[in-house]
Design a protein around this ligand. Structure first.
Ligand code: NOJ
Ligand code: CA
Length: 675
């Protein structure tokens, strides 16, 4: 690390004026293309700007905080010290889209001194990568820090288009994406994606959200956004004792949409694995007593149509064993689903099964056949009821050989029931406030002690913590397949190519693909072709993937089901070959520890012809491509949704595959070295 004097002398200006701003530090990415400039105005405010190849992408944007127990930390700041650093390392993911991740960055940190109030200090640390920038604040030990609001701004320099979902609204992250001019955004969740007029793509998010409130982006005026922290249940949004750091605020920068996805800055800004040996975390595929409830055929609650019975469970275990699925998810096994679980979750037990579900017998039966029960803890967003039982619930699963659990937090945003405090027995909060950030990590850490992997639905957003806690294998955090059963509206075809370049930038999603019947509740049609259902396994990454449809439906589509049985869930390499946000995407992934490549493509409502260069294939090998593509007459709007062409071709590196995607369609291809 090098410590430098400030680049320019800071002079106290009597008649302070923001106009008298001067640049006090700059840094560039390792390849020199991206630069960050820091400036200080005459009132002692600090701002940062970002440019690529000399073109400003983020205009000067202010840094700082409103405090709950002190004056704002924003004005009257002096630059006390500037230091720089750099790194170029690689690290291995226990599972993921890529085995190896390179972390190559330059660092710039600025120690700021508040000369006006108690000699406060805060350090702002920037990391510049060749494909983006991250920065965070680092607070030294100053007793209790109570943050009322973060004042960090993101001032986009050029006009363009934004893809976003509303932040601070009742349905958490479960919205269809809006496509608007940047000036049309309201308050948005991150990741939020922008395409500027010159074609540059930006995506704003955060990394390592630990013991802090989730960040929404609120558009203040024009193209200027400001961090808005998810509210706490008290006055301050964040309360911390002693020294702490904020999450990293991250900005991915790419010439095209594909480069936003093939980007690891958020993972690189997380701490390395803290769990040690995680060989007990297994990527897998699963089936489950699940879609039947969403169809209203079976129920979560007890009664004549109870889904989670010992007998149904054994049928599913037999089905999983016969078809090579490691897991069977069973929802509705535990007491508490009768009555208004949706509204409060206070009746849920996490250890007691309904009388018609013999959990000991079911798990024993499964393990005999090599099939693992995937545990389920729906909380109804009632943390006050869940946390006291966490340890017992995880211990039960460990004893039964259950090594993964899906959790759920169904509750309106702001309607999560938090733990009581002295003098305040009833407390509600947001699903992404500081207390929920703490809660999710507590679940993950408790589960890790019992060697259990966690997959939360209605979660807090992913900020790359899977690097630090590799048992945090997946999560929902967007509209998944369930909306195709009962959503009004359902997920429109552009939803998937929207997800890929927004939500999926943050990490794995348990979308639960593979509904080959293409039927939802009451016989409604899924807006999808059958080939697209296969494409979802390649394009929507998760190390755990469900085959969501009913076993009797898979029996009707054996050729397509063969692909679902075969497709891996863990990858050596991933390449986004082409795409446009909300329009289409084509991705290639190589099986982890194997030789096969998989190709997937999805489109929106438009039919699309793509010429896919097979440059990713290993040189010198001949491959047999098994292609699952939309039939010539396939169309998500007609009764030709099941029209598919399945064919094989011999190909090699350098060849091009011409593929046509139908409206609402897609394709999946397995490329295996020819024998
Ligand atoms: C919502 C989840 O997303 C879904 O997968 C689950 O079946 C229900 N909650 C019930 O827990
Ligand atoms: Ca959900």
């Amino acid at each position: 690390m090098r410590t430098l004097a400030p680049l320019a002398p800071i002079i106290a200006i009597a008649l302070a004026s923001p106009a008298l701003a001067e640049e006090v530090a700059t840094a560039s990415s390792p390849d020199g293309h991206i630069t960050v400039s820091i400036d200080r105005d005459g009132e002692g405010h600090f701002s940062y700007a970002i440019a690529k190849d000399g073109v400003r992408l983020v205009d000067y944007s202010r840094l700082g905080f409103l405090m709950d127990n002190a004056p704002p930390l924003s004005r009257f700041l002096e630059l006390e010290e500037v230091s720089t650093d750099n790194a170029d390392t690689s690290w291995e993911q226990p599972w993921g889209e890529n085995r190896m991740v390179r972390d190559r960055h330059n660092e710039l940190s600025l120690k700021l001194h508040d000369t006006d109030y108690q000699d406060r200090r805060v350090t702002v640390r920037f990391r510049l990568f060749d494909d983006g920038v991250g920065f965070r604040y680092e607070f030294p030990d100053a007793g209790t820090t109570a943050i009322a609001e973060e004042l960090t701004e993101f001032n986009i320099a050029e006009p363009g288009t934004a893809w976003w979902i509303p932040g601070g609204d009742w349905n958490r992250y479960e919205y269809l994406y809006s496509e608007t001019p940047i000036e049309g955004v309201g308050t948005a969740h991150t990741p939020i994606t922008f395409k500027l007029e010159d074609g540059t793509h930006l995506a704003f998010h955060e990394a390592a959200l630990v013991d802090y409130a989730g960040m929404w982006l609120r558009r203040m005026d024009g193209r200027r956004f400001r961090a808005e922290l998810s509210p706490g249940s008290g006055q301050a949004k964040v309360v911390r004792e002693g020294a702490f750091t904020t999450p990293w605020r991250t900005i991915r920068i790419s010439d095209d949409a594909a480069g936003l996805y093939d980007n690891n800055i958020d993972l690189n800004l997380n701490e390395p694995n803290k769990l040690g040996d995680v060989s007990w975390v297994k990527p897998y595929k699963y089936v489950g007593i699940w879609w039947a409830m969403h169809l209203n055929d079976w129920t979560w609650n007890s009664g004549p149509n109870h889904g989670a019975t010992t007998s149904h469970a054994k049928d599913y275990i037999d089905f999983a064993a016969a078809n090579g699925f490691r897991g069977v998810l069973i929802e509705g096994w535990n007491k508490g689903w009768d009555g208004n679980w949706f509204g409060n979750g206070s009746d849920f037990s996490f250890t007691q099964a309904y009388p018609d579900f013999d959990i000991e017998e079911v798990t024993r039966y499964g393990l005999k056949k090599g099939v693992h029960l995937v545990g389920h803890h729906e909380t109804g967003g009632n943390i006050a009821n869940y946390e006291p039982h966490l340890e017992d619930a995880m211990a039960l699963y460990e004893r039964l050989g259950v090594d993964s659990v899906k959790t759920g937090y169904v509750a309106d945003a702001g309607g999560v029931k938090l733990l009581p405090t002295a003098g305040n027995p009833v407390r509600y909060g947001w699903h992404d406030g500081q207390e929920m950030a703490r809660h999710h990590l507590k679940v993950v850490e408790t589960a890790a002690k019992h060697h259990i992997a966690v997959n939360p639905h209605e979660p807090i957003k992913d900020t790359g913590l899977r690097r630090t806690y590799p048992n945090w294998v997946s999560r929902e955090g967007a509209r998944g397949m369930e909306y195709q059963a009962w959503g009004v509206p359902g997920n429109i075809p552009s939803h998937v190519p929207s997800l890929i370049f927004t939500r999926m930038l943050s990490g794995p999603m348990d979308y639960t693909p593979g509904v080959l019947s293409l039927k939802g509740r009451d016989g409604r049609d899924l807006p999808s072709t059958i080939a697209r259902q296969l494409a979802l396994y390649v394009t929507l990454y998760s190390p755990i993937q469900m085959a969501a449809d009913l076993p009797e439906n898979y029996a009707k589509y054996p050729r397509e089901f063969a692909f679902i049985k075969q497709v891996p869930t863990d990858w050596e390499e991933t390449h986004t070959l082409m795409g446009e946000v909300a329009d289409y995407a084509v991705m290639a992934r190589k099986e982890r520890g194997g030789t096969d490549w998989y190709l997937g493509g999805v489109t929106d409502e438009e039919a699309r012809d793509v010429a896919v260069p097979l440059d990713f294939l290993d040189a010198g090998k001949t491959y047999t491509a098994t292609i699952y593509r939309d039939g010539a007459d396939a169309d998500y709007r007609t009764d030709k949704r099941h029209s598919i062409a399945i064919e094989t071709k011999t190909v090699k590196r350098g060849d091009t595959l011409d593929l046509r995607m139908a409206p609402g369609g897609g394709f999946a291809v397995r490329l295996a070295p020819a024998k």
